[in-house]
Design a protein around this ligand. Structure first.
Ligand SMILES: [Zn+2]
Length: 348
């Protein structure tokens, strides 16, 4: 049986499972007056959803390429406890998980240490490599940024462990507190697009910014919580974490508000088949355009090579495609990095 047929069958089983819990999960997760991106029940933004027919077409026609079953990455030095005030260090851990160290803060994005991305701890999309930093080697985590509620970004088992060990402040989009509270995860601050949260001491400002994506943890729960990215402004740096997003008009709004970034963290994976993925995920060409548009001094690519989600591209396709895009737009490779899993680098 081909991989796509296998996926269709898994999809059908999941559908039945979720019908069983439909009535529990179908209520609105966020109950506030409508806005220009919330209709009272669901959030919306730039076009990102697919029709059910497109979904079936995508799965049926899917031509997968083989990914290695497991990869052992070279070990990397443990992250430092904290960096000095004016310094900025980024460590790539896996998927969309990165450790940002700056302005006396340790910030973790979309942390996932689970073996599978999905609703179960024993099945779902399996990982093909260990996280680049062992959980026990993490320095103290002060802030966690959650971009949206898809399983590969909102990993509740990992969040519970982090909350227990470090009591961090967790920033997330509107509607997420309901999911996190049900798991007894506290210190959650829900943010609307363009809403700010300032951490003191240090006066570091976090702004939740739009993205072109969607949300949902079951087939009936689409877009009940808000998705987005973050702009971090401290005395040392201005940083943009894009989360999980396609290229879109929203990037122009971000560029208009902020005139430059010391670092932008951009997704560069899971972009094939392009006709299907183009309104959910950037490809490396889009990411390089975003790097230029946002006037970024330095960018790093994330969101690749960790979970076998929809392998319609080889595991390292993003590397060649990024090199091609950088060459096309005349940007030096030293301005847009792909770091090894667990590798950290000081940003100039
Ligand atoms: Zn997503």
């Amino acid at each position: 049986m081909s991989f796509s047929k296998y996926l269709l069958i898994i999809f059908a089983i999941l559908l039945i499972f979720f019908i069983a819990v439909y009535f529990r999960l179908s209520g609105a997760l966020y109950g506030s007056p409508p806005s220009d991106h919330f209709d009272g029940k669901r959030f919306f933004g730039e076009e990102s959803d697919h029709s059910f027919a497109d979904m079936v077409k995508w799965l049926w026609e899917m031509e997968t390429v083989d990914w290695p079953e497991w990869i052992d990455d070279p070990p990397q030095p443990k992250p430092v406890e904290y960096v000095n005030n004016e310094e900025l260090k980024i460590t790539y851990i896996n998927h969309a998980t990165a450790l940002i160290q700056t302005d006396s803060l340790n910030i973790l994005t979309d942390p996932i240490w689970s073996d599978y991305a999905g609703p179960f701890s024993w099945a779902g999309t399996p990982r093909v490599r260990a996280p680049g930093v062992k959980f026990e080697d993490l320095p103290k985590i002060d802030i966690i940024l959650i971009s949206h509620d898809h399983y590969d970004h909102l990993d509740l088992p990992t969040l519970k462990k982090l909350a227990l060990k470090f009591q961090p402040i967790i920033l997330a989009g509107l509607g997420m507190n309901g999911i996190l509270k049900s798991e007894n995860i506290e210190n959650v601050v829900e943010l609307d697009w363009w809403q700010e949260y300032t951490v003191d001491p240090g006066d570091v400002k976090f702004t939740f910014v739009p993205a072109r994506h969607s949300s949902g943890r079951n087939p009936f729960g689409n877009n009940r919580t808000l998705w987005g990215g973050y702009v971090i402004e401290g005395s040392a740096s201005r940083i943009y974490y894009a989360g999980d997003t396609a290229y879109g008009q929203f990037l122009h709004s971000i560029a208009e508000r902020y005139n430059s970034f010391r670092l932008t963290i951009l997704p560069v994976g899971s972009y094939e088949a392009r006709w299907f993925m183009r309104n959910q995920h950037m490809n490396p060409d889009d990411a390089v355009l975003a790097h230029q548009l946002l006037n970024s001094k330095q960018s790093i690519g994330i969101h690749f090579g960790t979970f076998v989600e929809h392998p319609e591209q080889t595991i390292n396709a993003h590397e060649q495609d990024l090199a091609t895009a950088l060459n096309k737009y005349g940007i030096p490779e030293s301005d847009f990095w792909i770091l090894g899993f667990g590798a950290g680098r000081f940003v100039r």
